[in-house]
Design a protein around this ligand. Structure first.
Ligand code: 3HC
Ligand code: NAI
Length: 655
């Protein structure tokens, strides 16, 4: 078998080239190849060594697929220590993304250069881990404690220019990386540059209390997660112990995290997310349709956010509204959202202006004649939606994809009103649509393969995570939410308070408890939907009696200042004794005996409800695989990724 690592000696420079597609992960063969190449470079006439990668990126980290299996020597910590100890100057040349163990390889070299488009980072925390090859010890020595903590506990990569400012990269190369890097190595040799070992540097000064401050902050921001806290311990070790001892602290913590439940769950999630982008039975080379322009119908809560998602990816959007007033309102919300992004530092002013310029408005459906994709996001009214699809069938060019953002309606019934049901698909975004990552792509029974393939590919282009769902009421996510919400109502009647239910779920890891979610979405939405149903369709009265009583008392949720809680002008909530009374009275009316309910029971019953529905969804073939359901819940509903998603959690906890 040929090695993925190649070594050549040219004009006194030994070049180690890693070629392990797709992302040059540090598989066993790469680690062995690196050691072999270092052996050669040690012995030959080279005066300096360059480490560079082929393909789309520098090393993107350890090979995650090897985690959880017996590791084969040589291990990465030994390799990076060997690189740093090399007697000849070693230089890393970075393009694409140098991540995790990949960036640790770069940090162990003596000099680092990168193309301007490169990004570097230590994302191990997203896998429930910490940088385990010296990253926790070298990064603070180069960039300082605060920057190192931020880089490692957020896991977010930074641009080469920022890395240069932080001292993590020494030089930005314009033009061809290999040519530029070799020229730089020659300059270094001409200047008699010597190996420069980060392990020998002192950690820069830092504020007293920085570690306790970080622990406290992360205790809130990353509630329940152990890896961020372990990272702080390791960086504190870097600041207080000799390098070798710091490495031991890092190793111990790394191994502990690697064998723990949280990392196993996050590793499952990493692969589930990538698997979700694949459609069973659809070949990788299924043709796609070009999407260069998009029309969106309805500039309300969802339409505006969807328009921004496309504009942010450089795709021009025509937004259609019912009249000039509604259009003006929709566009001004988009303006406000862009201003907010600039204010929060998420977008530069220039970029915001450029994106906004890609969104134009119209009240005339004829402006959609030439667009490649239309997404309908009008009120959740099946007749209105069908009417719009009939119009689209009349005005849109042949081959245009016609999508609906409906939350619940039957995509097949909508497709059936057109003469081209094969072009119709669901694209279910989540609110706020310019921020939330999840996109349920709803495959109708006649949706064409190339339409589906196009939507999956397009999702990535607009930085969404796509999951395919079959057609059913509420698709994957909202369908599961129903029994979950109903169970929360039963718990209230049986003796829990809203704050106990929400507190138990939030302490367990959910971003928001179910009753706060109801208040946020508006209790009137479900109330109105129930008005249209027969008693049979509504189901067990205990599952909706309390919200009905609250709505009838004018408590519609956050928007009216009161729902399951009371809200002040800043939308800060307080528990409300009035609600406790409403619940008690409803329980008496329904003959439900109240009792003490433990937090454990709350969690088990609510997650159990999600999982039971998830299993049905799987059995019916609505979701392709259980990992897809996990992706939906983590990206769409605030389920903690470190518990792997509801289906993974159920399996691992034998629910
Ligand atoms: N190990 C194994 N496989 C990996 C991998 C890794 N580190 N990184 C990516 N892959 C695989 C993906 O599973 C995917 O495989 P598939 O095509 O069979 O589904 C393929 O590479 C392409 O990945 P993406 O679809 O994610 O490609 P993108 O271009 O969108 O993104 C990336 C590329 C930014 C490199 C992204 O893949 C990524 O973030 N990877 C993970 C990086 C990471 O977490 N590194 C740290 C690892 S832990 C570590 O290094 C421990 C050390 O400290 C000891
Ligand atoms: P919204 O009420 O905020 O906006 C709907 C917009 O559609 C309004 O601005 C209205 O003027 C416009 N509209 C109505 N009829 C029209 C027509 N014939 N032509 C052009 N525009 C028309 O509604 P929202 O919340 O944006 O929901 C839209 C769709 O997205 C619904 O199907 C909803 O179920 C779905 N959805 C909503 C989510 C949410 O959290 N709000 C999440 C995911 C999907």
């Amino acid at each position: 078998m040929t090695s993925p690592v190649n070594y050549t000696l040219t004009d006194e420079i030994g070049v180690i080239t890693i070629d392990n597609p797709p992302v040059n992960a540090l598989s066993h063969a790469v680690r062995q190849g690196l050691m072999d190449a270092l052996d050669l470079a040690d012995k030959d006439d080279s005066r300096a060594i360059l480490i560079i990668c082929t393909g789309r990126t520098f090393i993107a980290g350890a090979d995650i697929s090897e985690f959880g299996k017996p590791m084969q020597q040589p291990m990465l910590p030994a390799i990076v220590n060997r690189i740093e100890a090399t007697a000849k100057p070693v230089v890393a040349a970075i393009h694409g993304t140098a991540l995790g163990g990949g960036f640790e390889v770069a940090l162990s070299t003596h000099y680092r250069c990168a193309v301007a488009s490169a990004r570097v980072g230590l994302p191990e925390v997203k896998l429930g881990l910490l940088p385990g090859a010296g990253g926790t010890q070298r990064t603070p020595r180069l960039a300082g404690i605060e920057a190192a903590l931020e880089l490692m506990t957020s896991g977010a990569p930074i641009a080469a220019a920022k890395a240069q400012v932080l001292g993590l990269v020494d030089k930005i190369i314009d033009g061809d990386l290999e040519e530029g890097a070799i020229a730089w190595v020659r300059e270094l040799l001409a200047a008699d540059a010597r190996p420069r070992r980060t392990s020998e540097q002192a950690v820069p000064e830092h504020e007293a209390g920085v570690f306790d401050g970080a622990r406290k902050l992360l205790g809130q921001k990353a509630r329940g997660q152990i890896a961020p806290q372990a990272i702080v311990d390791c960086v504190e070790a870097a600041a207080t112990l000799p390098f070798e001892d710091g490495l031991k602290v890092e190793r111990e913590n790394f191994l502990k995290l690697m064998s723990g439940d949280q990392s196993a769950a996050l590793r499952h999630f990493f692969f589930a997310e990538r698997q979700a982008a694949r459609v069973d039975g659809l070949a990788d080379d299924t043709p796609t349709r070009p999407i260069e322009s998009v029309g969106i119908i309805g500039g309300g809560t969802m339409g505006g956010g969807i328009a921004m998602s496309f504009a942010n990816a450089g795709i021009p959007v025509t937004l259609i509204e019912i009249n000039d007033d509604a259009l003006g309102r929709g566009l001004s919300i988009i303006d406000r959202n862009y201003a907010g992004s600039v204010k929060r530092g998420k977008l530069s002013d220039g970029k915001a202006v450029a994106c906004r310029a890609l969104i134009s408005g119209s009240t005339d459906y004829a402006s959609l004649a030439e667009v490649d994709l239309v997404i309908e996001a009008v009120f959740e009214d099946p007749d209105l939606k069908k009417n719009i699809f009939e119009k689209l069938d009349g005005v849109c060019k042949s081959g245009a994809i016609l999508a609906t953002n409906t939350s619940y309606q039957d995509v097949d019934a909508i497709a059936a009103v057109t003469s081209r049901p094969e072009d119709v698909v669901g694209m279910h975004f989540f609110s706020p649509a310019h921020i939330m990552k999840l996109l349920e792509v709803v495959r109708g029974n006649r949706t064409a393969d190339d339409v589906l393939a196009t939507c999956m590919q397009l999702a990535k282009r607009i930085r969404k995570v796509p999951v395919v769902s079959g057609v059913c009421y509420g698709f994957i996510g909202n369908r599961m939410l129903q029994p979950y919400g109903q169970q929360s109502q039963l718990l209230l009647l049986e003796g829990a308070t809203p704050e106990q239910v929400d507190g138990a779920m939030e302490n367990w890891g959910m971003a928001m408890g179910p009753l706060r979610v109801f208040d946020l979405a508006g209790l009137d939405v479900g109330y109105k939907a129930r008005q249209a149903l027969s008693d049979d369709e509504k189901g067990e009265p205990a599952t909706y009696r309390v919200p009905d009583l609250l709505v009838e008392a004018g408590r519609l949720g956050q928007k009216s200042g009161a729902g399951f809680y009371t809200y002040d002008d800043n939308r800060r909530l307080t528990p409300d004794p009035v609600v406790h009374e409403v619940i008690k009275n409803a329980a008496a009316e329904l003959n439900i005996e109240r009792r003490e309910i433990s937090d454990e029971e709350i969690v088990n019953r609510l997650i159990g409800a999600l999982v039971d529905e998830g299993r049905k969804i799987l059995e019916e073939g609505i979701a392709q695989r259980s990992g897809d359901i996990d992706v939906v819940y983590v990206y769409g509903y605030g389920f903690p990724a470190w518990r792997g998603g509801p289906m993974y959690y159920a399996d691992s906890a034998s629910l």
